[in-house]
Design a protein around this ligand. Structure first.
Ligand SMILES: [Fe+2]
Length: 280
């Protein structure tokens, strides 16, 4: 039977990504550097629609590096997150992270993860804590509360005492500005010190992430000699966790367990960047 061009599926994205006016927003400030961590419960008004969109969307059979190296699939639907959603979420971030600029979702692309623990070992590159791109990285947990999948933890690297590693100029400048104001010191002096420290430890902290041999046995789920868990956000249906992208964190996925469970770990990831002003 020939497929009909009349059957194109159209999604009401404004309805799917409508924010819940009764969401509950909570900020925590972690460790001596008081790194902000935002947790929002009941984030979406219609979370079932977001969940359904994710699990009914096509995902490529080839696992690309774009899924963060986790075993499973990533769904990417360009132009699916409407401006209305981006503006509303940007307003929340401006207020709670004290930004004096607006943010936007790059490519307006809906990104969703569907992880099942069954991927090839050599594709894993996230067995130790890592940093994310994006000024603010957020994850929205879309598993129901009876589907055990694990949340997300924020870590401190014991030797360096770092809980942040910049991946962009924005991350560096945000970190430096914040530290200088917390310690009441000159920005240029703090930048010099921090830059040197970041350069020295960058490889030490991230090198393991690209070593395929340390897959699974060492995917971190608790504090160890090298890392200390500072905070854990538990997975909860329709809960969002948001942090400045350079914050060192890791998904609390027990891959062995997950590969034997009847459900997968599903969530939306949102990377918001400073909104670029259009040149005329
Ligand atoms: Fe991440």
């Amino acid at each position: 039977m020939k497929s009909s061009t009349q059957n194109i599926k159209v999604y009401d994205t404004e309805k799917i990504f409508e924010l819940n006016p009764d969401m509950k927003i909570k900020m925590s400030y972690i460790g001596e550097n008081k790194l902000p961590l935002m947790v929002i419960d009941d984030f979406y008004k219609n979370p079932e629609l977001v969940r359904d969109l994710l699990i009914s969307s096509p995902a490529p059979s080839i696992t690309s590096s774009s899924n963060g190296g986790y075993p499973g699939k990533r769904v990417a639907l360009q132009s699916f997150t409407p401006l209305k959603f981006q503006q509303a979420y940007s307003d929340i971030l401006r207020k709670y992270f004290n930004f004096n600029f607006h943010l936007e979702h790059v490519g307006s692309t809906f990104l969703g993860n569907i992880f099942d623990g069954s991927g090839p070992a050599n594709k894993i590159n996230n067995s130790t804590p890592h940093a994310d791109p994006g000024a603010i990285a957020s994850i929205v947990y879309l598993n129901y509360d009876d589907e055990e999948v694990g949340g997300t933890s924020v870590y401190k690297h014991r030797e360096s005492e770092l809980m942040f590693m910049p991946l962009s100029k924005f991350h560096l400048e945000w970190w430096v500005g914040r530290k200088a104001s917390l310690q009441n010191r000159r920005v240029s002096k703090v930048r010099e010190e921090e830059d040197e420290k970041f350069k020295y430890y960058r490889h030490k902290i991230f090198a393991k992430n690209s070593d395929p041999k340390i897959y699974r046995d060492t995917h971190i789920l608790e504090s160890n000699d090298e890392w200390e868990i500072l905070a854990t956000v538990e997975s909860k249906f329709n809960r969002l966790a948001g942090y400045v992208g350079g914050t060192l964190h890791s998904a609390m996925i027990d891959f062995e367990k997950l590969s034997k469970q009847s459900h997968k770990r599903i969530n939306q990831v949102i990377f918001m960047n400073q909104k670029q002003m259009k040149r005329r």
